[in-house]
Design a protein around this ligand. Structure first.
Ligand code: G3P
Ligand code: MG
Length: 244
């Protein structure tokens, strides 16, 4: 039987990124302390092949470093401050390795929608190879959902995990017309899309075909509200506490 993740209605985007620096251990602790059981996080590789939790191709926006993430090795990444840009209270927050982040998620009993972030010039297959075995070893399968905009990363992930052990989600700003064939080829569990570009008929078609439907990044609960009736299963939000 394919694994079915225990997906909640609300998922904290890059951790609780409205309240703590995105994609850090602090952002995941903040989500947990706010009562949220699941987080979405981005993962990519350093130049030495270490998987780290990071969104951008560059260092500038979310750290005191400059240049490309892929130019760093782990020792250099350790020197960065990934918290002060957000607020002085977070000064010194480190860039988290995937290993550190999975240990925290396991310790807190949390679930993760891990996004394989394939930025320009990166190798999608190498990313999948570094991430999939670590993810499967660290967390129960019903607390993992791996997604990506990059079909090569997802295809390699499915090959590594086999048919049953790992839930995959296809990720599109706007769903392409062949979304269902893409899901079938990957034995996907879910479809993830920008909520502003989702139509009611498309949402209903996704649900009728048996897939979970996840919308990002929803920060206006009132504007989003009518879409719950379309069958949306979960939303990814910078601040899911606004939905309560
Ligand atoms: O996984 C949903 C969302 O995180 C995709 O966009 O750019 O925020 O990683 P982005
Ligand atoms: Mg993401």
């Amino acid at each position: 039987m394919p694994v079915v993740p225990s997906l909640p209605r609300l998922i904290a985007h890059r951790g609780l990124s409205a309240r703590a620096p995105e994609n850090t251990l602090a952002a995941v602790r903040a989500a947990h302390e706010a009562g949220l059981g699941w987080v979405e996080l981005d993962v990519q590789l350093l130049g030495d092949g270490t998987p780290v939790i990071w969104h951008d191709r560059d260092l500038k926006r979310c750290s005191d470093g400059r240049g490309r993430l892929a130019a760093l090795d782990l020792a250099a990444a350790r020197q960065l401050d990934a918290g002060r840009w957000f607020a002085p209270a977070f000064a010194g927050a480190p860039m988290a390795t995937l290993e550190e982040m999975l240990a925290l998620l396991a310790e807190r009993g949390m679930g993760v929608n891990l996004e394989l972030k394939v930025n320009r010039g990166h190798d999608p297959e190498a990313l999948a190879e570094a991430v999939v075995p670590a993810l499967l070893a660290a967390l129960p399968a019903d607390r993992c959902l791996l997604s990506s905009f990059d079909v090569r990363a997802l295809t390699r992930s499915r090959a590594l995990a086999g048919p049953d052990r790992l839930a995959l989600g296809i990720l599109h700003k706007r769903l392409p017309d062949d979304w269902e064939a893409r899901c079938r080829e990957l034995a996907a569990f879910s479809v993830h899309t920008d909520w502003r570009r989702l139509s009611a008929p498309r949402a209903r078609a996704v649900k009728a075909a048996g897939y979970a439907l996840v919308c990002y990044t929803v920060n206006d609960p009132d504007a989003f509200a009518p879409r719950w009736a379309w069958g949306v299963d979960a939303v990814i939000s910078d601040d899911p506490t606004r939905f309560r």
